[in-house]
Design a protein around this ligand. Structure first.
Ligand SMILES: *Cc1c(COP(=O)(O)O)cnc(C)c1O
Length: 379
C-alpha cells in the first residue's frame, strides 16, 4: 500500500482554505502601497487584543525581537541576571546574552516540560547568596502549554522581579481561565511559519496591559522615536512587522480558534492511542494547550531505533530539544540552578515529537499511532 507522504506540519492544507483571501489581502496592500505600518498592522493588533482580552497587542519583526524589545523596555544590560529555562529554543536565553546580561538556567518539571517552581526558588536563593542582581524571569509556554503561573507568580512577586512570558509556542492557550497574553508584565509570541499561528515569513508580537510599557515598546521598535520618526529619544531598533505579513495574519487569525479545537482533538486521539505505549504529555487541569508540538517520551528505550523505524514507515518525527542550552557551546559557562538541571538533561535523552497540525485526518493519525506502538515495542 502506498500512502501519500505524511507532513510533520501541514501548512499546505491550511493555505488551500485561505489562498483566495490571502491573495486578495496581499493585493490590497500592493494597491495602497503602505508597506510599512499600513492599516493592516493596526487592524491585526486590534483583532489580536480582542482575541486575547489584553489591552495592547504590538506587532513586531519576529519572536526573538519581541523578547529583546521587552528586555530593552526594562533596561536590561551588563550586570543584570535573568532567569530562564534551559530546555527551550535558544532565543529565550540568546536575547539576554545579546544585551550583555547573564541568563541563569533553571530546571523544568517532568510532566509539563515547563519551569520547575522548586528549581526557580533554589536559583533565586543561590543568586541572592552570591550577590547576583536578578532583575527578571522569562518563562516559556513550551510545546503550547502555559507554564505553571499560579506557582511562578508568588515567587516572582516575592523576589520583586518582572515576568516575561515567552509564548512563541503558546499563544492562543489558556491558563485557568486566563488567556495567554494577559499573564506577566508582558507576553511575546512568534509568527514563524511553523508556529501554531504563523505568517509567511518572520513576524512576532508583544502583549501587555500596561499603557506606559506599550508606549515604550512602540518607540523602541521604531528606532526609539519620540513625537515623530525623526525625533529620537532613546536607542531602539527596527522591530516592525511588514504590512503584507499583517494582512496574511488577519486571515490566519480568523481560522485560529477552530484550529486550536482541531489540534486538541488530534492530541486527544494520540493520548487515547499511545498513553499505554509511552509517556504522553500531561496538561494541567484547567489549561488549554495549542500543541505547537506533540512530544512524547520513551524512557529506557532506544530513541534512535524508534525514530529510524518510523522514518522507514514514512512517519516524520523531530527532536525538541536534543541538548538543553546549558550544555551548548555558546551557553555552557552561564550559571545554573544550584541542584543542577537533571530533568532538562534526562528529557533531552528520550523525548521526540510526532506530526501535529489541525488537518491531521483520523485514518492517517491511526496509521501513525500503530507505527509508533510497533516501533516502541521493537526498540
Ligand atoms: C520560535 C521561538 C522563539 C523565536 O521566535 P522567532 O520568531 O523565530 O524569532 C522564541 N522562543 C521560543 C520558545 C520559540 O519556540
Amino acid at each position: 500500500m502506498t500512502r501519500p507522504a505524511i507532513p510533520f506540519i501541514d501548512l499546505a492544507t491550511q493555505q488551500k482554505r485561505i489562498r483566495a483571501k490571502v491573495d486578495a489581502a496581499v493585493a490590497r496592500v500592493l494597491d495602497h502601497g503602505q508597506y510599512i505600518l499600513g492599516p493592516e498592522v493596526a487592524q491585526l493588533e486590534a483583532e489580536m487584543a480582542a482575541f486575547s482580552g489584553v489591552k495592547h497587542a504590538i506587532a513586531c519583526s519576529n519572536g526573538t525581537d519581541a523578547l529583546t524589545l521587552c528586555l530593552m523596555a526594562r533596561g536590561v544590560g551588563p550586570g543584570d541576571v535573568v532567569l530562564c529555562p534551559s530546555f527551550t529554543f535558544a532565543s529565550t536565553a540568546e536575547v539576554v546574552a545579546q544585551l550583555g546580561a547573564t541568563p541563569f538556567f533553571v530546571d523544568i518539571e517532568e510532566g509539563s516540560f515547563n519551569l520547575s517552581p522548586a528549581s526557580l526558588r533554589a536559583a533565586l536563593d543561590h543568586a541572592r547568596e552570591i550577590g547576583m542582581k536578578v532583575v527578571g524571569l522569562i518563562s516559556v509556554d513550551l510545546f503550547g502549554q502555559p507554564a505553571d503561573y499560579d506557582s511562578l507568580e508568588p515567587i516572582v512577586e516575592e523576589a520583586g522581579i518582572w515576568l516575561l512570558c515567552d509564548a512563541a509556542q503558546g499563544y492562543g492557550g489558556v491558563y485557568k481561565n486566563r488567556k495567554v497574553g494577559t499573564i506577566g508584565d508582558f507576553t511575546t509570541t512568534s509568527f514563524f511559519p511553523a508556529k501554531p499561528l504563523g505568517c509567511y515569513g518572520d513576524g512576532g508580537a508583544i502583549y501587555t496591559n500596561d499603557d506606559d510599557t506599550a508606549a515604550l515598546l512602540r518607540s523602541l521598535l521604531f528606532h526609539g522615536k519620540g513625537s515623530d520618526r525623526y525625533d529620537n529619544v532613546r536607542i531602539g531598533m527596527n522591530g516592525r512587522l511588514d504590512t503584507i505579513q499583517a494582512a496574511i495574519l488577519i486571515e490566519k487569525l480568523a481560522l485560529f480558534p477552530e484550529e486550536i479545537v482541531s489540534r486538541n482533538a488530534v492530541a486527544d486521539r494520540y493520548e487515547n492511542g499511545l498513553s499505554n505505549v509511552l509517556t504522553t504529555p500531561r496538561i494541567a487541569e484547567g489549561s488549554t494547550s495549542v500543541w505547537a508540538q506533540y512530544c512524547v517520551r520513551a524512557p529506557g528505550k532506544n530513541r534512535g531505533a524508534i525514530l529510524a523505524k518510523l522514518a522507514e514507515a514514512g512517519v516524520p518525527t523531530a527532536v525538541y530539544y536534543p541538548k538543553p542550552l546549558h550544555q551548548q557551546t555558546a551557553y555552557r559557562d552561564f550559571p545554573t540552578a544550584p541542584n543542577g538541571l537533571p530533568m532538562s538533561e534526562e528529557v533531552a535523552q528520550d523525548i521526540f515529537a510526532l506530526p501535529m497540525h489541525p488537518y491531521l485526518d483520523a485514518s492517517t493519525q491511526d496509521y501513525i499511532i500503530d507505527q509508533v506502538a510497533e516501533a516502541v515495542r521493537a526498540a
